[in-house]
Design a protein. Structure first.
Length: 98
């Protein structure tokens, strides 16, 4: 679990990144979760775009994804949301102290 201060720090980092994956009309599939988990292991902070044709609510979708990858929800803006998960092998982001 991350604190508000750490979440604010991650929001600042996420401001400069582009979405690397998207959720379409098939919704949150096992293949998507596997792909996102690999991306989180490599980058730790990933932005996801929820396509309009998916018909999914962005925040509900983000909560489901975060639960399935054991990550942390950072923010949702419009049709995009950001997820953080500390990498076991490739730690890149140093979070501020609690």
């Amino acid at each position: 679990m991350i604190t508000g201060k750490q979440r604010a720090y991650l929001r600042g980092l996420a401001n400069g990144i582009k979405p690397i994956t998207q959720i379409g009309k098939e919704g949150v599939t096992d293949a998507f979760i596997k792909q996102l988990d690999a991306a989180l292991n490599a980058r730790e902070l990933v932005k996801v775009h929820v396509l309009e044709n998916s018909g999914l609510d962005v925040k509900e979708c983000a909560n489901e994804v975060v639960k399935r990858v054991n990550g942390n929800f950072v923010q949702a803006i419009g049709s995009k949301f950001t997820v953080y998960k500390r990498s076991k092998d490739n730690q890149q982001i140093k979070l501020p102290k609690k």
